[in-house]
Write a protein that binds this ligand. Structure first.
Ligand code: NAD
Ligand code: MG
Length: 298
């Protein structure tokens, strides 16, 4: 029988050991350039109608965690729009194909979200082409390691904040007038927001900002019937990690710091997003769901 997200087994050995060799690609990176393909749930995620009829926009939905979420949402019955950079068209095409294979509508929205006008436009296009919107997943992210503060250019600092924090603000603000009660917003934070690496001063601080932004907004919007929550992944095998997210020399041993002692795969994140998007989490508000293989944090 094929393995699914419901298959019982030891989480330590759920996946074959990938121990990636040192490698680098220029940002934002694509899956096929990784030494082994990330598992985005293509062959494993089974839906059961948990998001029937919903309409979702997922930023960074082409690859990695966003792709796994897009595939899961479609198999749970949602129509899905994904945003991504034009250079990632190959990953986007794969995800679009899988959304459509699930029998759902797919909307492809290439464009750079460090531009406020582009953020507003992509929300407008998603709403128009999906015929509404009731799930927003702010998942796109930029992560570039730097050994020292003096190595972080002003441009990198600005782009990291624009991609991770400003775009979340612009996109959420543009989406809000379209979100009816029952709608859900899920933002992607990180273990880095809790236990920051010295190599990720800019990135880690954006993830703390995402957490606090989400907890404040969750309280503001709950009375309107809109729930805001967060997923905080640990080390997950995605293009971002091999495109300057950390030094190539760190890749072979990444994941050993988790209690499970391994990399996580994007497919292991999808059920957390499905739970927070669905009405089954109706009393969960302003929560951060940690999916990190066991790295104790508050
Ligand atoms: P990924 O590279 O597959 O996804 C990141 C996506 O962000 C890209 O696919 C790209 O489409 C999008 N993006 C980046 N800059 C953009 C821009 N200027 N305009 C439009 N889109 C842009 O990697 P991932 O690891 O799946 O990342 C998804 C989220 O998960 C990110 O927010 C990341 O910070 C977070 N995260 C990842 C890890 C990990 O270990 N991989 C850990 C914690 C948090
Ligand atoms: Mg990508």
């Amino acid at each position: 029988m094929a393995i699914t997200q419901y298959t019982f087994g030891n989480p330590v050995t759920r996946y074959p050991d990938i121990t990636p060799p040192e490698q680098h690609q220029d940002g934002p990176g694509v899956e096929h350039a990784q030494s082994s393909a990330p598992d985005v749930g293509e062959d494993s995620y089974v839906g059961s109608g948990r998001l029937t009829g919903r309409k979702a926009l997922i930023t960074g939905g082409d690859s990695g965690i966003g792709a796994a979420v897009a595939i899961a949402f479609a198999r749970e019955g949602a129509d899905v729009a994904i945003s991504y950079l034009a250079s990632e068209q190959e990953d986007a095409d794969r995800t679009i194909r899988l959304i459509e294979a699930a029998g759902r509508k797919a909307v492809a929205l290439p464009g750079d979200i460090t531009d406020a006008a582009r953020c507003r436009d992509l929300v407008a296009q998603a709403v128009e082409q999906l015929g509404g919107l009731d799930i927003l997943v702010n998942n796109a992210g930029k992560q570039q390691f730097a050994e020292h503060l003096l190595d972080i250019s002003d441009e990198q600092f600005a782009e990291t904040y624009e991609t991770n924090v400003f775009a979340m603000f612009w996109i959420t603000k543009a989406a809000l007038p379209h979100l009816a009660p029952g709608s859900t917003i899920i933002n992607t934070s990180s273990i880095q927001g809790y236990t920051p690496s010295p190599l990720l001063v800019d990135y880690a601080s954006t993830k703390a900002a995402i957490n606090t932004f989400s907890k404040a907004l969750a309280q503001q919007l709950a009375p309107e019937g809109i729930r805001v929550n967060v997923v905080a992944p640990g080390p997950i095998w995605t293009p971002l990690q091999t495109a300057g997210g950390q030094p190539p020399s760190a890749l072979p041993t990444t994941g050993e710091e988790t209690a499970l002692g391994r990399w996580g795969q994007p497919a292991e994140l999808a059920p957390a997003y499905v739970f927070l998007a669905s009405p089954e989490s109706s009393f969960v508000v302003g929560e951060t769901l940690h999916v990190d293989g066991g790295m104790p944090n508050p």
